[in-house]
Write a protein that binds this ligand. Structure first.
Ligand code: AHR
Length: 668
């Protein structure tokens, strides 16, 4: 692999002639020459919030993923517009057991709420051993022995008709967790009795066994006719025990990255597949049965059960600053599967209402409880403000006159009413090219405080671009690297790609005065529903599979700093490094990425920086070779080892081949 020498902190470490000499000498010597890494007190303040996450409901990241709901299509709202073979009963099976007989169909004549138009009607003519419906969740429902699950359903009895239009009386329902072969793993019952109104019935079930592919079964116990909707099953043990909460293991894996911010809800999902598909945050708050699900641009259904309240709450639970993104009044340029020509612009007459939605979002997040939208936040259980500081406007948009006009309208309105909010603009989908250039020019003219750059490139591109931000004009907008990932051949996730990302993150630290935020993309992928590779974390119903890139992100997340120290390297070939200080602990953190297939002996010298006595820790991520793959997060032949290391004003360390090392030491 070709890699260029790296320039650190604008200082070329050694003249080219000296490097040639070094190379000749090293060819003759038996062991490789020692590279000196000199860290000096010369420093600059950098963003303390550099490493965060970008969440998008892609690859079943929300429904069937982070959102802990175990029932698929709980509201009977799946539609053929999402997948040609889908309809309101997708995911459901009609059951008539042992002589039971009846009918199951879909109705929309008297919905729970106009945003949730369909429900199931179940007629039980003869009970037999049970008439009802079952749902196998997303590839089976994973349950754990001894865990409790909260079941709920909205039910409405229907008059049975006949001459006297007699009410149906009571209709008991048995609710079970069953194996796919019908063995009962837990059971509860609820009873519908109200013929007039939709009523929510609840119960909880304890699973007797751990099973990766159970199903939820609802069986009627008497003849009758009943409308059912919003049939739901949640583990009680959600992340932080939140109601309507998040899957604990996945959420914890994300929290373990120690993200400083979280961007949501997209990506392409934010600006949507045509104007009607733009993500509207107001449709995603309030009681879940009243939220307005819609087709996901990634061709499945988004229930928006994981909506803006849950996003903001998750940010709070993980200590991440919320970074919502609203569309810039235009849809994705790839809308309706066109390539770069599908951008549609909201009619100008609709822009005032659209802009008001963005202003209302700020009020909803930060406003007092006696404001219209702040009151809604309080009613949802969060009277305190969420402390929103950043707002993304647009995502990878084509920089057209239509985009510019709408972006400027939104930007001006937000600046005028909320000068405290930092707006983040967009500069197209690539690190260069027409949209990048015109997007930057436009943002600079408008004095937008920050822009969002995206790049999915080869590992070599990342090594070749270690100087990208050294050259950036510090007077222009700051940078948010909102989406990036190194894509190795065949879009595999390899040790090579993870190390290229690590090398690149050292340059983001060194340029943390320009780059304020960075987030790998995409974050999550459900095995079997992966639409984009590679991703940071894979999962199925029961397990989570972090990738090698995940550990790189985590090491940067837990070892970030707020000051960057000048670091000069005598031989920077296939090597990247950064040194930061964490103001909270006073620790000096040195990161060393060796992208070569050979060990790299290092002499680390501290110049004007003093280490304090006490042991330092060393964390080393490495693998047999750079080609080590972890497809779909399969455990790979990589090692992550933490140990102690003796440090001093000068000390030796040999960076293993293909490795990323973090040395953390006390300093003053
Ligand atoms: O991260 C996946 C997609 O890549 C995002 O939705 C989009 O912004 C980018 O093109």
């Amino acid at each position: 692999m070709k890699r260029r020498p790296q320039i650190l902190g604008c200082k070329l470490a050694v003249p080219f002639g000296a490097m040639v000499l070094l190379a000749l000498l090293s060819a003759r010597a038996e062991s490789p020459p020692v590279t000196t890494v000199t860290i000096s007190a010369e420093s600059k303040a950098i963003s303390p919030d550099l490493f965060g996450i970008f969440f998008e409901d892609l690859n079943y990241a929300a429904d069937g993923g982070l959102y802990a709901e175990l029932v698929q299509n709980r509201s009977f709202e799946y539609a053929a517009t999402e997948q040609p073979t889908w309809g309101p009963l997708t995911g459901w099976e009609f059951i008539q057991r042992g002589g039971g007989a009846g009918d199951l169909w879909v109705d929309s004549s008297r919905p729970i709420h106009p945003n949730n138009p369909h429900c199931a009607l179940l007629r039980i003519r003869s009970v037999g051993e049970g008439v009802g419906l079952s749902n196998a969740g997303f590839d089976g429902i994973a349950v754990k022995a001894g865990e409790k699950y909260d079941f709920s359903v909205f039910a409405r009895m229907l008059n049975v008709g006949g001459r006297d239009n007699k009410p149906a009386g009571k209709l008991p329902l048995s609710v079970r967790l069953e194996t796919k072969d019908g063995a009962v793993l837990g059971e509860a019952s609820v009873e519908a009795s109200d013929p007039a109104e939709w009523k929510q019935l609840t119960a909880n079930i304890t699973a007797s066994e751990t099973v990766p592919d159970a199903r939820l079964v609802v069986l009627a116990k008497t003849p009758g006719l009943i409308a059912l909707d919003e049939i739901s099953l949640f583990p009680q043990a959600t992340f932080k025990g939140r109601k309507n909460g998040l899957r604990a293991d996945l959420a914890q894996t994300i929290a373990d990255l120690h993200p400083k911010f979280m961007r949501f809800p997209g990506g392409c999902l934010a600006h949507g597949d045509g104007l009607g598909n733009i993500y509207r945050w107001k449709d995603t708050i309030g009681p879940v049965e009243q939220r307005k699900g819609q087709a996901n641009i990634w061709r499945y259904h988004q229930s928006v059960g994981l909506g803006y309240f849950e996003y903001f709450q998750f940010c709070e639970d993980t200590g991440a600053k919320p970074l919502p993104v609203v569309a810039a009044g235009v849809s994705c340029q790839n809308s309706t599967r066109t390539r770069e020509t599908g951008q549609q612009c909201l009619p100008l007459a609709d822009m005032p209402a659209y802009i008001q939605d963005a202003l209302d979002l700020i009020e909803w997040a930060n406003g007092p409880t006696n404001s219209i939208w702040g009151a809604k936040r309080a009613a949802a259980g969060h009277p305190a403000p969420f402390g929103l500081k950043y707002l993304g406007v647009g995502n990878e948009d084509k920089i057209t006159p239509g985009f510019k006009e709408r972006f400027q309208m939104i930007y001006n309105a937000v600046q005028k009413k909320h000068p405290e909010i930092i707006v983040i603009g967009t500069v197209g989908p690539a690190p260069d090219g027409r949209d990048f250039e015109t997007g930057w020019k436009f943002a600079t003219e408008l004095r937008v405080p920050m822009v969002d750059e995206h790049y999915y490139k080869s590992p070599q591109w990342f090594w070749d671009n270690l100087q990208r931000y050294e050259k950036y004009d510090r007077t222009k907008p700051k940078v948010y690297v909102g989406e990036y990932a190194a894509h190795d051949g065949g879009r595999r996730s390899t040790l090579r790609s993870a190390l290229a990302e690590a090398a690149y993150l050292t340059t983001l630290e060194r340029n943390g005065d320009v780059v304020q935020f960075a987030s790998y993309a995409p974050l999550l992928a459900r095995r079997g529903h992966t639409q984009w590779t590679p991703d940071l974390i894979y999962f199925n119903g029961a397990e989570v599979f972090p990738t090698i890139s995940y550990y790189v992100q985590q090491l940067f997340g837990i070892n970030s700093g707020d000051t960057c120290l000048s670091t000069v390297v005598s031989d920077p070939r296939e090597f990247a490094t950064s040194s930061v200080r964490d103001g909270a602990t006073g620790d000096l953190i040195v990161k060393l990425v060796n992208g070569a297939n050979t060990p790299k002996p290092l002499r680390i010298e501290l110049n004007g920086v003093t280490t304090l006595p006490g042991s330092a820790t060393k964390t080393v991520l490495t693998g047999e070779n750079a080609d080590v793959v972890n497809r779909d997060g399969d455990p790979s032949a990589t090692k992550l080892e933490v140990s102690s290391i003796e440090v001093g004003q000068a000390f030796d360390y040999e960076a293993p081949p293909n490795s990323f090392t973090v040395i953390r030491m006390k300093s003053k």
